[in-house]
Design a protein around this ligand. Structure first.
Ligand SMILES: C[S@@+](CC[C@H](N)C(=O)[O-])C[C@H]1O[C@@H](n2cnc3c(N)ncnc32)[C@H](O)[C@@H]1O
Length: 231
């Protein structure tokens, strides 16, 4: 977990990530004094940001260690261990729902989206954010190897292409008025290498990328899909 958390901290500090999170909060509408849930909240940063906007912000994550970290970091938030597929909320009791970089980890993302629809009050808004794991752009002297490694990583995930399906998943679950945006994160420094280490442990290829990083020639771009819709 600590490796993932360190990477999330680095990625979440990138200006495009800060801007994308702010946009996701905006798309939830005015949630002042209302309950908003961040599902798969990880270290809890978005929950603290939403609490700062006046919401009763609740983070839910399957991993008790993540929840422990989130509680320690952000006393302003409320955090619970829980499953995206079975949320600890009454039907229609939540004004806003977000899940950021979460649904690709699920075998059955449609079930989580159905659960989002169940807990949302009529008119409440959901926002899904994440990358398409087949669509990670890496400058490389070995494009064929790079393509193979990116696809191998995608194939190791339960739902690697769920982000391109967010809009349709939401519509199929009964959501309306979808808004689709793509915000591309570009990594050119040490964080790029950390991102690539999450994709592969193939040392010779990573050594080539580390050389690029030393020469200030590493380049990774990750389009982040953001889809908001009304419950
Ligand atoms: C890649 S992290 C993203 C964390 C955070 N949303 C962020 O953007 O920094 C994915 C998170 O989803 C959580 N997760 C995975 N499956 C889950 C499930 N079924 N229900 C709730 N959380 C889940 C993991 O424990 C992890 O904290």
């Amino acid at each position: 977990m600590s490796n993932l958390l360190a990477l999330l901290d680095a990625v979440d500090a990138q200006p495009v990530a800060v801007e994308t999170r702010a946009r996701s909060h905006d798309l939830l509408g005015d949630v002042t004094g209302r309950t908003v849930v961040d599902v798969g909240c990880g270290g809890g940063r978005a929950v603290a940001e939403l609490a700062g906007r006046g919401a009763r912000a609740v983070g839910v994550d399957l991993d008790p260690e993540m929840i422990a970290v989130a509680r320690e970091r952000w006393p302003v938030g409320e955090f619970h261990v829980g499953d995206a597929r079975e949320l600890p909320f009454e039907t229609g009791s939540v004004a806003g729902y977000r899940a950021d970089k979460v649904l690709h980890t699920l075998d059955d993302p449609a079930r989580a989206v159905a659960e989002a629809h169940r807990v949302l009050a009529p008119g409440g808004r959901a926002v899904l954010i994440g990358q398409d794991w087949d669509t990670i752009v890496i400058d490389s002297d070995e494009p064929d190897v790079t393509r193979r490694l990116v696809h191998a990583k995608a194939d190791s995930l339960p739902s690697p292409r769920v982000a391109r399906g967010y809009r349709n998943l939401l519509l199929d679950a009964g959501f309306t008025d979808p808004v689709v945006e793509v915000h591309t994160a570009v990594f050119t420094g040490d964080t790029a290498l950390a991102v690539l280490r999450r994709i592969t442990d193939e040392e010779s290829w990573l050594a080539g990328q580390a050389g690029r990083a030393r020469r200030n020639r590493i380049f990774v771009a990750v389009p982040m899909f953001l889809v908001a819709a009304r419950g």
